[in-house]
Design a binder for this molecule. Sequence first.
Ligand SMILES: *Cc1c(COP(=O)(O)O)cnc(C)c1O
Length: 360
Amino acid sequence: MLYRPAKAYLNLPALGHNLAVAKKLAPNSKVLAVIKANGYGHGISRVAQQLSHADGFGVASIDEALILRQKGFLHRILLLEGLFSKVELPLVIQNHLDLVVHSHYQLEWLLEFSAPFRINVWIKIDTGMHRLGFHPDEIDSIINKLKASSSDFHLHLMSHLASADEDTLAALNFTQHQVMTFEQVSSDYNLPRSLLNSSGVQHFSSKGFDWIRPGIMLYGSGQLQNSTLKLKAVMKLESNVIAIKKINAGESVGYGNSWTAQRDSVIAVIAIGYGDGYPRHAPSGTPVLVNGYRVPLVGRVSMDMITVDITDYIDLIEVGSMAELWGDSLSVDEVAQWAGTISYELLCGITQRVPMIEIQ
Ligand SMILES: *Cc1c(COP(=O)(O)O)cnc(C)c1O
């Protein structure tokens, strides 16, 4: 099982450290730790265990929530997209789950239902992202409908930011406008409120309201540029060099001959590929750390292997040398940027065949 050298090491204490960083940014807010998509690919149960100091968890489906309940977590658990079907309502009740209501069809399900006891309902307001949520003008009537129901709905107000991770002036203005809209719409009601994701809490920590909802930062990624936060990477993706070969200037490497050596070169082959979740779109030049030396990926990423140019380090790297694809010393954000994606996708995309090894 562990014969293949590709492995993901998980620095579990880093989760608690990053949670503390998030808390410190918004000390007066409760923290809903977002652990959807199997804990951003790290394993939902182990992540929840490490984040048990959080005030609640955010997940994408009842299936994820039930895993947590079955493991004995008694925290608030919010279904971030609410219900996908009406039949989930009894499960929400039985398992004391919180749910988002973002659309009229969900509102109807709630209003038809007679809840035997209190349900925490989070009304989602669309403040400009135009994905989920009700138009600000509808909020008053939605609150009134829910309040008039015979069920005991404990209401909350939330919204989500579209561009808080971007530093351009346009993005900052847009985010500021979302924050202002949320504040205006929600301030008429004395209800608990939540707005900020990881990048939001880094930009606008004074707008933490009652609950912040950090996700990616808990895993040690998504730190804004020029930020002095000391987030720690949780996942380190590693494998080994399994072959080294010399090629002449003018010869190419890998599928499609997409990279051609400009000089006589030494190439190392590392046992990791898109079959493990390393992005196939990573171009030549994407950094890889081999024995701690930063070397460029060259040629196409294969299913089980990548090739890197170690010409400048021939005496320092050999078969068996350790390669870090991302981790503490090479940020997953940087690799994602090279590959034209975001760290979230890389972390979620680690495949089943990569063993996850917990470091306590
Ligand atoms: C995923 C998600 C978050 C967390 O976002 P990050 O960018 O990972 O911090 C917060 N709120 C909602 C509604 C989400 O879907």
